[in-house]
Write a protein that binds this ligand. Sequence first.
Ligand code: AMP
Length: 413
Amino acid sequence: MDEKYLVVNAGSSSLKFTLYAMPSEKEIVNGSVEKIGKSDSYYTLKFNGKKIEKLQLIDDHTTAVKCMLNILLQNEFIKEIEEIKGVGNRILHGGEFYKESVVIDDNVMNNLNSLIKLGPTHIPAQIAGIMAIKKVLPNIDQVAVFDTTFHKTIPKENYLYAVPYSWYEENNVRKYGFHGISHEYITNIMKKRFNNENINLIICHVGSGVSLSCIKNGKSYDTSMGLTPLDGVIMGTRSGSIDNSIISYISNERNLSIEEIDNILNKKSGLLGIAGQNDFRDLEQQAGFGDERSKLAIKMLENSIIKFIAQYYFELEGKIDAIVFTAGIGENASSLREDIVMSLSNVMNVKLNKDINDNIARFKKYQSGVITTEDSAFEILVIPTNEEFMILKDTYNILKTKNKVQFQKKLKI
Ligand code: AMP
């Protein structure tokens, strides 16, 4: 018989959630509480093709969790709170502590607190989400699923920075990589598609955050994000990789502290820094009206992605099974995909199937598909990511194992 599991993705001012039935893997409902702490906070619910949106004053994460449970009860997705058998939480950073997902206890909470310095914009909200659930549902098991664990297979020569080795040994300075839940989801789909566990892929997760990963023999071999999600490709508001000397130079020139510069590189750079917009739909619209900065920002993003594809093509010695586009921009922006595939076409012997590419987006005829022609050297595909589903699977498997062990201990098997 099915049991209900909740997946939670807490942000600084939002709480996204999906309720699933397991083991049937059926999504029952998903929703979000938005603008937590603001006067115009609201919640949304999506189920059976319907969408409900309602204003509701929500002061903090605990109120958001209460709101989430109330709407699940009111709309009869659950009859009583005890029906929820476990909660899976998306966590940005596992640092050197976690190479797998883990059941959350006091020790895990202490470790998460010590990781805040590596994820100051994400981890405090994620801790607030866990605490709020603990307050309202003290007896429920919660699992932490990390965005870093999939990248644990990256070899040392690819995860080390060329800085004093003691920074790695004593301060854990290394590349961890992020969006691992998404990269793993896509890798698993592609393994099934090609019936090959040892697949070689380049995965382009292009959303507000952007990261590319190089999958060699079915495992993460390299990725574009680093110690934090600031590194790598240009993003909505993050700079991606820059010359580090810019930090001391601009600190002197503009009398800015390291913290101020860090904040600007994370929140006011990237597409926003160049064009004044970070939403790709707005950028495309402005570019369509002839706005030069918007055109420039889009070109810079495309070039930045192409550079990593080229690097990974060589890391895979040209033996590629497929390139995959996913996440908000990757799944929807056919023009960006077209520009990138056209740039790759001569060197990599791939040809765009323009008709199919033009028709893939969440709101178009197809939501996924192969965007290259049959005579291409390898496939380039669009596949929607589903991070919630990955979190669900890990949460379910871990809690099932835990409960089995406890049951066997009780019976002294
Ligand atoms: P994500 O972080 O994966 O939710 O992706 C967010 C990004 O996807 C934003 O920059 C959006 O503008 C972009 N996006 C969403 N829908 C579309 C669309 N239909 N066309 C172009 N970009 C889109």
